[in-house]
Write a protein that binds this ligand. Structure first.
Ligand code: UD1
Ligand code: UDP
Length: 379
């Protein structure tokens, strides 16, 4: 069976790395990778292909950045032209980005079956662009790979149930296992001058935080206060770098060069450029606390047994909050965020509860096997 995989944003490269590897190992499927071009900086895209052994995309749509309509629309136009010429039996999509939605819609309108990896996640907050993307993608998908029982239940409540919904575990857990030993050898802690369990790692990029100056100020003011006592490292997403400048909170030094060649701070908070997956994993493993609004990073904190504070009012990964591994702090004031970080810094979760929340590291293999079976059934 011929599959076209559509990816375009950082977390999708990481998820696709392990599934694509499983597809190659399995040998019954032909995969054509299409990169939408949603993320394009070297450290937001190429680094993942080279580090994680993802084959170079066969087609690159080069859509770049833009508003939701412009970006998604450009992807739709390009895919509408490309997909018929590739004539796949199935289109594979990941997660909840604009690339996910465009892939789902383009394929569905061309009557090509769609398989969705990370189906069924819900924040129940329709103001998030990701929530709109994932709901729509799920409702046009023919094969839904859910990471958890909760995700299966969310789908059932929306009337999506049956043998085409499979709980397979989380491919991000697979990625942690596959690349873990390589990540542990990275010298990034020494490069940044921090020691095991003596720093906070923070990532911020969610639109609801970056595009609201009050929330962005609250987050970075709180991180600056925390940095008086504990080193704080922030690999800065380009959206956040631009928002910090736009809201006159922080401007990049004029001679901006990669973080390894200079040190950049915002009131004591260490900024570094976006990291490759292996360096990011090494920094996650060594952190005393992870503070984030990322979906993937919340789970990785749990994979590495590091307490997490999520800078949002809700999360899709509720089991982590229920079991005390993650806490939520809606970043409305800096005092609230600072207080939440202080509490989280002292938290000692009982990691022995809730084993195998995200499967046993074979999600990618299971997905590849299901896809092959689908091919045999003549998808
Ligand atoms: C997107 C996804 C989000 C995901 C995130 C992963 C949507 C709606 N959002 O958000 O769900 O969590 O990716 O990181 O799809 N930019 C660069 N260089 C790049 C990429 C982006 O400078 O290589 C800048 C551009 O100014 C762009 C902005 O970042 O406008 C935002 O990029 P975009 O892909 O639109 O959304 P993300 O915030 O990255
Ligand atoms: N990540 C990375 N480098 C960074 C920040 C994040 O490799 O500088 C990885 C992170 O470890 C996780 C994934 O990117 O695997 C999460 O992506 P992101 O936070 O951009 O998106 P989300 O998961 O929120 O959609």
């Amino acid at each position: 069976m011929k599959i076209v995989t559509i990816i375009g944003a950082r977390p999708q490269f990481i998820k696709a790395a392990v599934v694509s590897r499983a597809i190659r190992q399995q040998g019954k499927l032909t995969e054509i990778l299409v990169h939408t071009g949603q993320h394009y900086d070297e450290n937001m895209s190429d680094v993942f292909f080279s580090e994680l052994g993802i084959p170079a995309p066969v087609h690159h749509l080069g859509v770049g950045s833009g508003g939701h309509a412009a970006q998604t629309g450009r992807m739709l136009l390009a895919l509408d032209e490309l997909l018929p010429s590739l004539a796949p039996q199935l289109v594979l999509i990941y997660g909840d980005t604009n690339s996910t939605l465009a892939g789902a819609l383009a394929a569905a309108k061309l009557n090509i079956p769609v398989a969705h990896v990370e189906a069924g996640l819900r924040s129940f907050n329709r103001r998030m662009p990701e929530e709109v993307n994932r709901v729509l993608a799920d409702h046009v998908s023919d094969l839904l790979f859910a990471p958890t029982d909760g995700a299966v239940e969310n789908l059932r409540r929306e009337g999506i149930a049956g043998p085409h919904v499979r709980q397979v575990g989380d491919v991000m857990y697979d990625a942690t296992l596959v690349f873990g030993s390589e990540a542990r050898n990275r010298p990034i802690l020494a490069d940044l001058g921090v020691r095991e369990k003596e720093y906070v790692l923070a990532t911020v990029h969610r639109a609801e935080n970056t595009d609201d100056p009050a929330r962005l100020t609250a987050i970075f003011t709180a991180l600056a206060k925390v940095a008086h006592n504990v080193p704080v490292i922030v690999p800065l997403h380009p959206r956040t770098r631009q928002a910090l400048a736009r809201h006159s909170i922080h401007h990049a030094p004029r001679d901006a060069s990669p973080h390894t060649e200079r040190e950049e701070y915002y009131q004591g908070v260490r900024f570094v450029d976006p990291l490759g997956y292996l360096d990011m994993m090494a920094l996650q493993c060594g952190a005393r606390l992870i503070v984030t609004d990322s979906g993937g990073v919340q789970k990785e904190a749990y994979f590495h047994r590091v307490p997490c504070l999520t800078l949002r009012g809700e999360t899709e990964w509720t089991e982590l909050v229920d079991l005390g591994f993650n806490r939520l702090a809606d970043p409305t004031t800096s005092a609230d965020v600072e207080a939440a970080i202080s509490v989280a810094l002292e938290s000692r979760p009982d990691w022995s509860v809730g084993a195998n929340l995200y499967g046993n590291g074979t999600a990618a293999e299971t997905i590849a096997a299901e896809l092959a079976q689908q091919g045999e059934r003549g998808a």
